[in-house]
Design a protein around this ligand. Sequence first.
Ligand SMILES: Cc1cc2nc3c(=O)[nH]c(=O)nc-3n(C[C@H](O)[C@H](O)[C@H](O)COP(=O)(O)OP(=O)(O)OC[C@H]3O[C@@H](n4cnc5c(N)ncnc54)[C@H](O)[C@@H]3O)c2cc1C
Length: 329
Amino acid sequence: MSNEIWVFVEQQEGRVRKVTFELLSVADEFSKKTGSQVAAILLGSGLQEAVKNLTPYADKIYLMDDPALVSYTSDAYLIHMAPFIKEHQPSVLLGGATSTGKDLFPRLSMHLQTGYVPDCTDLMVEESGKLVAKRPLYGGKVFAEMAFSKARPQMATVRNNTFLVNENLKKSAQVISIPSHADPSALKKKVIGLEKTAGTKLDITEAEIVVAAGRGIKGPENFKILEELADVLNASVGTTRATVDEGWRDLKDQIGKSGKNISAKLYMAFGISGAIHHVLGIGTCKTVVAVDTDPNALIFNYADYGIVGDLFQIVPALKDELKKALAEK
Ligand SMILES: Cc1cc2nc3c(=O)[nH]c(=O)nc-3n(C[C@H](O)[C@H](O)[C@H](O)COP(=O)(O)OP(=O)(O)OC[C@H]3O[C@@H](n4cnc5c(N)ncnc54)[C@H](O)[C@@H]3O)c2cc1C
């Protein structure tokens, strides 16, 4: 058993997702407390750029470079990772609470017969190396702090934007190539192509600022004003199920119980009533601003700042003022 802290690297075409750097940064803090090393576990094919970008953030990079891993599939990743983890028995294994993390970690946990805490909003570690993982339960009504029994590794997935990326880290990771002993004929799934979604904005779960509109925006064409505000703030655009059901917006942008949980630093809700199914998805946002014509809208119960008013007046005015303020900075 090793006392290393491992972070599963989430990457696509060599671009490492921000949540990986967030986790490597918090792992570095933990390693100072526990005297352990931080290792990134990187799977894929043709990963020079990813290795270069990860090097300052980890003491070691365990690299599994194999054409079978070029696109993520749960079975390929599982048959490569599970025996390696079993052999090394790191103390902790962390990953993002992303769709990949949510797909991979429960499978790993079952194969490794160890505990796994999903969708965490905070992590703590004791000097002994014991991990305490905090996660919302009952739709965010309570938070549970969970610790692990003796089984290792202690596994958790963590929401995006939970920890800050420490850009001052200047490690020089040792790259350790792991030969693949996996049998390609054991793979049941094969990716035959990838379709990229249009647009260049970050996914709403990754964005630090999310601006969203609900049915109050009246029609799909009016999202243009929200997109313009988002451009000024470098934000991503979210929405409610009501507009998705209307066919105005894509399901990938839906926030809430049957959509995505976001942990943005700033969440701005325009014309969103604040139904429980929606606000379940914003419980860990740091600051919430709500604009609604109805002073009794439930969203105001969850907002740090509220404006009772017409979004068609407020969004353009806000955009102009923010543009001016940001230009003066
Ligand atoms: C099982 C289940 C799962 C669900 N999952 C989700 C989910 O994941 N995400 C989700 O969002 N919903 C979900 N819902 C639906 C949810 O219950 C609500 O129906 C939905 O969130 C309402 O969306 P809305 O706020 O856009 O619309 P509405 O409730 O219709 O609210 C529109 C708001 O816009 C305001 N408004 C109108 N005109 C203006 C204007 N000009 N300026 C400013 N404000 C204005 C109104 O006052 C109102 O408050 C789910 C429901 C169920 C049953």
